[in-house]
Design a protein around this ligand. Structure first.
Ligand SMILES: Cc1cc2nc3c(=O)[nH]c(=O)nc-3n(C[C@H](O)[C@H](O)[C@H](O)COP(=O)(O)OP(=O)(O)OC[C@H]3O[C@@H](n4cnc5c(N)ncnc54)[C@H](O)[C@@H]3O)c2cc1C
Length: 486
């Protein structure tokens, strides 16, 4: 086992060879990985099984003590910019955390991951005044031992995959209406499968000013979960990832003041600018979050391998077919690790955070005094002028070709790694067998958890279409996308 572990770490040479990264960032990624391991020294497997059982008996259960512990550790603000009061952790460091958290429990990973995906959308809208107010709540909760997590509410009963791609959004059957009113919007509709909405304190929500033209009328807003008119529906009796509940959220004439609107048509002078930024929003958020899902799928394969080796050593499994089974999973793990790392580098070096990754940008945000970042730059960033110029910069600084690269790589990372994870867990189950005791039951849970990785952030079928669209279809206007027949 010792030998196996040292070999496993040897395989990460590609990280050391990665000349693109500024000095210090690799250390940050490793430190985040270490943190992920430390977290699970305190959460034993038995506790994870107890959570699964509690959720099986009551789908509205959630492990409040774990969420509060994460909050006390500062995990909900650590990767937010210093300019809004966060810890200033580099977003790419999340790679290390996801890898280790994914190796331990995908449901518990989602207690942190879903929070940052929601805040990633606020950040992608450049609405730093809103991000700053939400961060203030998160930090206050971290200090008083409670939590103030954030959920992202995009999916609707009639529109799941369709919400995840600009082209498909045009045809989506949406139901959440944002009607302009004095000083803000009135929102009515519903969202489904909303991770952690059961206990989140803020929701980041998409709605539409015209339900017949969703792609042309997107509104993104932040709202406190206890706002008047918001109610929770059932907690889904999910197949896996039990530690992270997913609920329906209803909106009935919820008033959203203008200051909580992260993104809307009225914030732009021209239609064309609004449309371009709308498209970038989806692409930016999804490419990064899909790369993250790929990383979780890589982490879980590390655990699958460990289980296989443990069982093989314990039971002296040495037939050729058993060796091949283990080798195949090792192969899957290494392919996933290579792809997920490449996917992160592609998405982070070309995408919305690319400035943070240049050596100059990295050093600036890391070493500049916090007081300057928070009260100088931070104050400036919260203005409407800064918001608008960041959006303009986003429209102008990344070419369409680069945009396709990051979108394609996000989709590729997610679909390849999660499919490999599914194949790996099935191979492991074959090897371990149903009389494999606790190893069998751990793999059984991993199987249920991994299935959901293939679905969220767009199903893998949809992600394969995204790969075609980004890398192949894009080459010719003759190639029709999303058509069953001509
Ligand atoms: C555990 C979990 C947590 C989630 N958390 C959140 C959350 O926090 N916030 C949130 O907003 N959403 C969340 N979701 C929703 C998730 O993003 C959607 O489930 C996902 O986008 C798929 O949508 P859908 O379930 O409506 O499936 P559908 O889009 O209805 O897909 C059904 C089937 O049709 C296929 N399909 C769909 N469109 C096409 C097409 N154009 N071409 C070919 N095949 C197609 C799909 O591949 C799939 O097999 C979560 C889902 C899960 C399972």
């Amino acid at each position: 086992m010792e030998f196996f572990h040292s070999k496993l770490n040897d395989l990460s040479l590609q990280q050391k060879a990665q000349g693109l990264l500024p000095e210090g960032l690799l250390e940050e990624i490793k430190a985040a990985g270490k943190l992920g391991t430390e977290i699970f020294k305190k959460i034993e497997r038995e506790q994870i099984q107890k959570i699964d059982l509690a959720v099986y008996k009551n789908s509205s259960y959630y492990a409040e003590e774990i969420v509060c512990d994460f909050s006390k550790l500062g995990l909900y603000s650590r990767w937010l910019p210093k300019m809004v009061g966060g810890g200033g952790g580099h977003p790419l460091a999340f790679y290390g955390l996801n890898l280790e958290m994914g190796a331990n429990c995908l449901g518990i990973s989602n207690l942190i991951g879903a929070h940052y995906v929601a805040l990633g959308l606020v950040s992608a809208t450049s609405s730093f005044s809103i991000l700053s107010r939400i961060t203030k709540d998160i930090i206050a909760a971290e200090k008083n031992g409670t939590h103030s997590t954030v959920s992202l509410a995009i999916t609707e009963p009639g529109a799941g995959s369709d919400m995840e791609e600009a082209e498909l959004l045009k045809k989506a059957k949406v139901c959440t209406l944002a009607k302009k009113t004095e000083g803000g919007y009135l929102v009515s509709g519903q969202k489904i499968f909303i991770s952690n909405s059961l206990f989140a304190k803020w929701y980041i929500v998409s709605a539409f000013e015209d339900l017949a033209l969703p792609a042309d009328s997107l509104v993104i807003f932040a709202v406190k979960a206890n706002a008047e008119g918001i109610s929770l529906g059932r907690s889904e009796a999910k197949l896996g990832q039990s530690a992270s509940p997913a609920n329906i959220v209803f909106f009935e004439n919820v008033f959203i003041p203008d200051i909580d609107i992260c993104f809307s048509r009225s914030q732009f002078k021209k239609d064309s600018e609004f449309k371009l930024n709308s498209e970038f929003l989806l692409n930016d958020l999804l490419s990064l979050s899909r790369a993250g899902v790929g990383c979780l799928a890589t982490g879980v394969q590390k655990r699958i391998l460990e289980i296989m080796i443990e069982v093989a050593e314990k039971n002296n499994l040495n037939f050729e077919w058993e060796q091949i089974q283990i080798a195949q999973v090792l192969q899957n793990f290494i392919v996933s690790k290579t792809i997920s790392w490449e996917g992160h580098i592609e998405c982070y070096s070309r995408g919305p955070y690319k400035d943070l990754q240049s050596p100059l940008g990295y050093s600036f945000f890391k070493y500049m005094p916090e007081v300057f970042l928070k009260f100088g730059l931070g104050t400036l960033l919260k203005t409407i002028g800064a918001r608008d110029s960041l959006r303009k910069k986003r429209r102008e600084s990344i070419s369409l070709a680069e945009e396709k690269m990051i979108f394609g790589w996000g989709a590729l990372t997610k679909s390849v790694c999660t499919d490999k994870a599914m194949e790996s867990v099935l191979l492991a189950l074959e090897l371990v067998g149903s009389d494999g005791g606790s190893s069998f039951w751990e793999l059984e849970k991993i199987l249920r958890d991994v299935k959901l990785l293939q679905i969220y952030e767009g199903t893998n079928e949809l992600n394969r279409l995204m790969i075609y669209k980004s890398f192949v279809g894009a080459a010719s206007s003759e190639r029709l996308l999303f058509k069953e027949s001509c």
